[in-house]
Write a protein that binds this ligand. Structure first.
Ligand code: GLN
Length: 489
């Protein structure tokens, strides 16, 4: 059984198709692994104490697949879905998110729902209403967020692959901190239907996997059998031509831009992270890619714009959690008092902070000064990338300025926490696809054992295939084969 856990999802699928492994056996092996979760990565597990689902979708014949961990932000029919919030405790959606539906139709059975920062607001998973997730590389450190449960599950050998969501970095940053691959597709590539909304103009779901091939495979399955718009999400368009499995072995003829603002000139990038980044850039050149410095002059204002736009959208999206329609209800003498009590009991501190920020930014008299201004910065960032992509096929940066930090280290300093996404937020604002691949290990600036470092590759909208190909070639050259101590045993 245990060798099943060594396989990537693509390899396991191959064995299942070749009848060397049954889908049931594969599921059982992973269910047993997931049952040993000591990282608080799962909020719900198939076959666990709270599972009274029918367990269909385990796949048979051609549809047989490999199990999958699903971030608890995706609605799953009849299975508790909390988005990491106490306000949704006990909520069992009457429907399943299109992304999850597409995967179950491809034969992937849901192995469990993963822990996350409440409503996907956070970079460390410490904002979860159900306790933090521990990083499998060092249990005193955060796995990143907000898809920290998904990243820790894959890195910690508790799931073969997983899906998460990325609004400003929440797939790429935890992937980087846990030493796995994380891909944020182009905004609108995958349906958002049934994905609990945080900031609707930024939210996008995507794969967290052991390698680039698995990321491509999962992305292809996420698109569904008939790629194209999902009638349930008017902003979804699919990816024209679908997704191919990557096969490129060199980077000849490709041009990579290194934006100064997000690399050498950026403040707060740890020396160890810079070193791994520079080393990876050299590898690109060895593989035949051309690398040159470039600029994204407005990227440094990305975080400021993001922390107006995302809370503004969140303040509107979270208005629906009122004690009437979903989950928690704290009764009181009249309707308004019930709303207030429910929302003050159900939401955590970060969510409240963002609702207040967003409501303020959208209020009459301030709307232009904050929201309007942030939208103008967003347009400038879109234009910056447009100019860079006239000269370059891809832009590359470190994914996270630092390796995994200690639990508690940034909780009292929201601004330090927000800077975790310094290198990932600009791509989110521009709606372009980006992937993080593990590029090596580095010591934290404060010393201690080495931890994973992610390398980010971003391309123009809908260039997922070319981006995956480049990431694949680079992944082979990097040859990252370190594993967290819990897995290496
Ligand atoms: N860390 C960022 C935030 O807190 C991004 C989160 C995300 O991508 N969902 O908003």
């Amino acid at each position: 059984m245990s060798d099943v856990l060594e396989l990537t999802a693509a390899e396991a699928l191959e064995r299942i198709r070749g009848r060397d492994l049954s889908a049931e056996e594969c599921f059982e092996a992973w269910a047993a692994a997931a049952a040993g979760d000591e990282l608080n990565a799962y909020l719900w597990r198939a076959g666990g104490a709270s599972d009274d689902s029918t367990g269909d979708g385990d796949g048979d014949g051609d549809r047989a697949g490999v199990p999958l961990a699903v971030k608890d932000i995706f609605c799953t029919e009849g299975i508790e879905t909390t988005a990491g919030s106490r306000i949704l405790e006990g909520y069992r959606p009457p429907f399943t998110a299109t992304a999850v539906q597409n995967l179950t139709e491809a034969g992937l059975r849901v192995l469990g729902k993963t822990n996350m920062d409440e409503f996907a607001m956070g970079s460390s998973n410490e904002n979860s209403g159900y306790g933090p997730v521990l990083n499998p590389w060092d249990r005193e450190r955060v796995p990143g967020g907000s898809s920290g449960g998904s990243a820790a599950a894959v890195a910690g050998g508790l799931a073969p692959w997983a899906i998460g969501t990325d609004t400003g970095g929440s797939i790429r940053q935890p992937a980087a901190l846990c030493g796995i691959v994380g891909l944020k597709p182009t905004y609108g590539a995958i349906s958002r239907y049934g994905m609990i909304a945080f900031a609707s103009s930024l939210d996008q779901c995507g794969p967290l996997t052991r390698d680039v091939t698995d990321a491509a495979l999962l992305l292809r399955m996420l698109l569904g059998p008939t790629p194209g718009p999902d009638p349930c999400d008017s902003t979804s368009v699919g990816i024209e031509g679908g997704v191919e499995l990557p096969s490129r072995e060199d980077l000849g003829g490709l041009r990579f831009g290194v934006p100064r603002e997000l690399s050498s000139e950026a403040e707060g990038i740890e020396p160890g992270v810079s070193e791994v980044f520079e080393r990876t850039v050299k590898l690109i050149e060895e593989l035949g890619g051309a690398v040159e410095e470039t600029e994204l002059p407005h990227a440094e204002h990305g975080i400021s714009a993001y922390y107006v736009i995302a809370p503004a959208e969140a303040s509107a999206n979270l208005a629906r959690f009122d004690g009437v329609r979903y989950g928690l209800r704290e009764d009181d003498e009249n309707l308004t008092a019930m709303y207030e009590r429910t929302r003050s009991a159900g939401f955590g501190a970060e969510v409240k902070r963002r609702i207040m920020l967003g409501t303020y930014a959208l209020s009459a008299g301030y709307y232009e000064a904050y929201y309007g201004q942030a939208q103008r910065v967003r347009t400038k960032i879109v234009e910056d990338f447009g100019r860079a992509f006239e000269r370059f096929d891809f832009v590359v940066t470190p994914t996270s300025p630092t390796v995994a930090f200690k639990l508690g280290e940034r909780v009292d300093d929201p601004l330090a926490m927000y800077l975790s996404d310094y290198c990932t937020v600009p791509m989110s604002l521009a709606g372009i696809p980006a992937i993080s691949i593990p590029a090596g290990l580095a010591q934290p600036a404060s010393g201690g054992p080495e931890l994973p470092v992610g390398f980010q590759i971003a391309g123009p909208a809908f260039t997922e295939n070319a981006m995956l190909d480049a990431a694949y070639a680079l992944e082979r050259a990097i040859g990252f084969d370190a594993a967290p101590p819990t897995v290496a045993g």
